[in-house]
Design a protein around this ligand. Structure first.
Ligand code: ADP
Ligand code: ZN
Ligand code: MG
Length: 475
């Protein structure tokens, strides 16, 4: 462990605007190729781009939520390169004057809070897509994506481990989703990540030579690609070699990174200010208006949940990982649910069943107030913990309230000692061998007796009373 890694991420986030960044074409995903195009986004000569105000607002919101300075004066630049999916021969991006700079995101790293600097956030247009499968020996170009608004969020080289990189990505994704500016779908490519990584001897101040890894499209691959690349670089150095600055591609099938191009083949983008768009000057009034629309952000919500509801940090972290989940939790608590119980049921049964049924919390058929209602029956002893589980499943399936289900199915907990005593006697009488073994020291059999009693009472017997009565009878 003589080495430490230094990591900086460049994240591209597709913005959730209805229309493209410089024209009125739709940004909808998955339509027939080239049905969402116009002279502006296919790069016809003589047309002029006009900035989508919503895209600008989304970038500003993201900057505010990540503690950035919002530039009152910024502008677009042309990034020149030649590729078939880029009809104009340049991408409109921002260069020396981006919209947001000097921010940070807080992550939790091995239980401690850590700030990861945000160097800059800039706006740019997405390129089209080359399609190499299909008819014959042709390649095709789909320009539906050309001109879809993107934000590029560049971090400082403050990240030290693959796990921190994942934490950073997750936190960034959560923030983007809270703001409603990006859906964060890594599989569909609306959130993409290039990872820069170098290694150096521990304690050293200088940065090592960095390698850029492209083509990372899941949290798992962020971790795997970085782990692989860090090991590879350490081995090169240990073997007496030197790291060369290059771009490498992550191959998720092989689990390795492979060289794509070296420094010599790096593009010279010949950036220059975009002459077809006026500079952006942000009025303070508008900025203040935007500030007022920001939602309560995940870190603040998490801390409030811990303080107000007395739930654990890890529960609060989980519940605030999605805004909709946090709202569901708070709705259940407002309807009278005990916060700790609500948290337990959400992270246990509720998330399990939603996961099994491939549903999001928005599609959950149980209403928050229905969980709260069931928990009240559990807390006042009307139903046992075991019965609660089946009632919960029934609410999910039928949409009926817990009280109705309990009444219809006769699931009220048995707290009548006579009735429980009868069940205990019955079980002990039926299992004389086990009783013998228990009395001669095999205390593990207690669980067996409890199980049998629960079986004949159909799970309705109060467990404390069962234990009490059993112990009395067996001693
Ligand atoms: P480039 O000019 O190649 O785009 P930048 O300096 O703009 O490089 O940095 C791009 C990304 O690489 C940033 O996220 C930054 O934090 C990260 N980075 C820069 N230098 C290093 C390094 N030596 N090791 C790891 N990451 C680095
Ligand atoms: Zn268009
Ligand atoms: Mg750079």
């Amino acid at each position: 462990m003589k080495y430490e890694a230094v990591i900086g991420l460049e994240v591209h986030a597709q913005m959730l605007t209805d229309t493209k960044i410089f024209c009125g074409c739709s940004t909808k995903f998955g339509s027939e190729p080239n049905t969402q195009t116009c002279p502006v986004c296919i790069g016809m000569p003589g047309v002029l781009p006009v900035l989508n105000k919503k895209a600008l607002e989304f970038a500003i919101k993201t900057g505010l939520a990540t503690n950035c300075n919002i530039s009152t004066f910024s502008r677009f630049a042309r990034k020149n390169y030649f590729y078939p999916d880029l009809p104009k021969g340049y991408q409109i991006s921002q260069y020396e004057l981006p919209i947001c700079e000097h921010g940070f995101i807080e992550i939790t790293s091995e239980g401690n809070a850590k700030k990861i600097g945000i160097t800059r956030i800039h706006m740019e247009e997405d390129a089209g897509k080359n399609i190499h499968e299909g008819n014959g020996n042709y390649s095709y170009v789909d320009l539906n994506r050309a001109g879809v608004p993107l934000m590029e969020i560049v971090s400082e080289p403050d990240i030290r481990t693959p796990l921190e990189a994942v934490e950073y990505m997750k936190k960034l994704r959560t923030i983007l989703r809270y703001l409603g500016v990006c859906d964060g779908n890594m599989e569909q490519g609306s959130l993409r990540c290039d990872a820069n990584v170098s290694v150096r001897h521990k304690g050293e101040k200088e940065l090592g030579t960095k390698v850029e890894i492209k083509n990372i499209n899941s949290f798992k691959f962020v971790e795997k690609a970085l782990e692989y690349e860090i090991k590879r670089q350490i081995k090169v150095i240990e073997d007496g070699g030197r790291i060369i600055q290059e771009t490498r591609l992550w191959d998720s099938d092989k689990g390795i990174t492979e060289s794509m191009r070296g420094k010599e083949e790096a593009h010279d983008y010949r950036y220059f200010p975009e002459p077809d768009l006026v500079p952006i000057i942000i009025a303070e009034e508008w900025l203040n208006k935007i500030k007022k629309t920001l939602p309560e952000l995940p870190d603040i919500k998490r801390n409030r949940f811990i303080k107000t509801y007395g739930i654990t940090e890890s529960d609060a972290e989980l519940l605030t990982s999605e805004k909709s989940l946090a709202e569901w939790f708070e709705d259940a608590v407002t309807s009278g649910g005990n916060p700790k119980l609500v948290a337990n049921w959400i992270k246990g049964d509720l998330l399990r069943i939603l996961n099994e049924e491939n549903k999001t919390i928005e599609q959950c058929p149980i209403k928050p107030s229905q969980l709260a209602g069931m928990l009240k029956l559990l807390e006042d002893g009307t139903i046992s913990g075991k019965i609660a589980k089946t009632v919960f499943e029934d609410i999910y399936k039928t949409g009926k309230d817990a009280a109705v289900i309990v009444k219809e199915k006769g699931l009220v907990q048995i707290t009548n000692t006579d009735e429980i005593e009868k069940a205990v006697d019955e079980v002990l009488l039926k299992n004389p061998d086990e009783v013998e073994r228990y009395k001669s020291g095999d205390k593990k059999l207690l669980g067996f007796f409890v199980g049998q009693i629960m079986k004949i009472t159909r799970g309705k017997a109060n467990p404390q009373l069962v234990n009490e009565i059993l112990n009395k009878k067996l001693s």
